[in-house]
Design a protein around this ligand. Structure first.
Ligand code: NIG
Ligand code: FE
Length: 435
């Protein structure tokens, strides 16, 4: 609530803030029910027509049809926010971003259009390594200013929680600086940020030709230091051709796990390495990308609790024409999530609605599946599903409000932002009218 009036309630002088009653939800997509979502449950959005949400101290205390919610005694003392007939859904949870980087790589974009490949550019020292060189030279304030601008855009597109990886520093000092910046940003602005250590993004220049020595340094020194700092919750590896092998990835993720960092894996993007199977073996929170998985991988993922996190922005931006087999994963019963993979090389977008458009049009996900994959399932992959990802009593009032008639129009209208308001714990953090 913007002005959060507070008053004394009852004889025991407990201070409580005034509740907020949100009405005018033409379609309220509650996503109530089972977590995580698989199979047919992916299509069950728990839609309430003419819905309402009652919020106190940032938490949902009632939700359902407006007539029922409005009858509650708490509702009679609430301030009302009438959304005027919009589609309201849980704030998006973007479970794969590389938030901190110093500059775009638009020059490489142009080179790729002219025929160079992502991997060829990387082999020549461009790609991720060019961002690493630029980040090491960058001023901390400049990194922060860029990240804050990006976070405002994430919020403007309906995202209320995101995961963010380090991985463009690749030495102790710069990796720690990135993670410290993420922690600062988490404190200072409203979008929640959960951090991942991605020291194993590529082999840094100082270790050129000595990948094993770098992995040794990560496992013995940097991972324990990062874990001790408390600055990361997860540990990720880019396990692929031109990055790290399965054996190296296993060593990094095992080292992380023994210090309490939960594994996530960049798996099977450029080539099939067996990284998805490694993710399952290590009980990773998620296996991300998966463009190159085979039928056995699909069956194994479906039988696991590893979230299959698809990043169609990469295939789109790199012009690969080949997308991860979302339909097969969904039909097999895998826990599917969608994320932007916001980064300067392969997916420079922070719009989950755009990613949902790609998921529907290019990977044949239904609009309902895409919404579950951008809310409750990524909340599960971030281990935050008890507080976010659906509109249910006891969860944070994190809401995305779209100026559309029907939720299917969210992916349908691609490339245009119809998000008109975003709320984080009951506070308006973005409003189109105010911008
Ligand atoms: O998820 N695959 C590795 N990392 C990123 C790309 C990073 C970059 O090109 O800067 C990804 O696609
Ligand atoms: Fe990535």
């Amino acid at each position: 609530m913007q002005d959060a009036p507070r008053f004394l309630l009852g004889h025991n002088s407990v201070t409580v803030s005034q509740p907020l009653l949100i009405t005018g939800c033409k379609e309220l997509l509650t996503l109530r029910g089972s977590v995580p979502r698989r199979g047919n449950a992916m299509r069950d959005l728990g839609v309430v027509r003419d819905g309402a949400v009652l919020v106190r101290d940032g938490t949902i205390i009632a939700t359902g049809p407006r007539r029922q919610v409005a009858r509650l005694s708490e509702a009679s003392i609430a301030k009302t926010l009438d959304l005027g007939g919009r589609v309201v859904l849980p704030g998006f949870v973007d479970s794969h971003t590389h938030l901190i980087f110093p500059a775009s790589r638009a020059a490489e974009y142009e080179q790729r259009i002219a025929g160079a490949t992502y991997e060829k550019i990387a082999r020549k020292g461009g790609g991720i390594l060019s961002t690493v060189r630029a980040l090491r030279r960058a001023k901390p304030e400049a990194l922060k200013t860029r990240a804050l601008a990006a976070l405002r855009q994430f919020a403007a597109h309906g995202t209320t929680t995101l995961e963010a990886k380090s991985g463009y520093g690749l030495d102790a000092q710069s990796e720690l600086a990135i993670l410290r910046l993420l922690s600062e940003l988490h404190q200072e602005q409203p979008v929640d940020i959960h951090s991942t250590f991605l020291g194993a993004h590529v082999v840094p220049p100082e270790f050129r030709g000595r990948a094993e020595a770098y992995v040794d340094f990560l496992a013995r020194e940097l991972i324990p230091t990062i874990a001790l700092s408390g600055l990361a919750e997860f540990c990720d590896v880019f396990c692929d051709r031109g990055a790290f092998t399965i054996a190296q990835a296993r060593r990094v993720l095992t080292a992380g796990r023994s210090c309490g960092l939960v594994p996530r894996v960049h798996a099977e993007q450029l080539s099939r390495t067996g990284a998805a199977r490694l993710a399952i073996e290590l009980d990773a929170a998620s296996a991300d990308h998966l463009e190159k998985i085979n039928s056995a991988d699909i069956r194994s993922l479906a039988a696991s609790n590893v979230v299959a996190t698809l990043l169609p922005g990469c295939s789109f931006h790199l012009g690969l024409g080949h997308y991860a087999p979302a339909r097969k994963l969904l039909d097999a019963g895998a826990i599917v999530a969608l994320a932007t993979d916001y980064n300067p090389g392969s997916s420079p977008t922070l719009s989950l609605p755009m990613i949902m458009s790609l998921a529907c049009s290019q990977m044949r996900m239904s609009p309902a599946e895409a919404i579950a994959a951008a809310t409750i399932n990524p909340a599960f992959s971030l281990r935050r599903h008890t507080r976010i990802g659906s509109i249910e009593v006891g969860k944070y009032a994190d809401l995305a409000i779209f100026d559309v008639e029907d939720y299917r129009e969210i992916p349908y209208y691609f490339g245009v932002n119809y998000c008109v308001m975003t709320m984080k714990r009951g506070e308006i953090i973005y409003s189109r009218d105010a911008n």
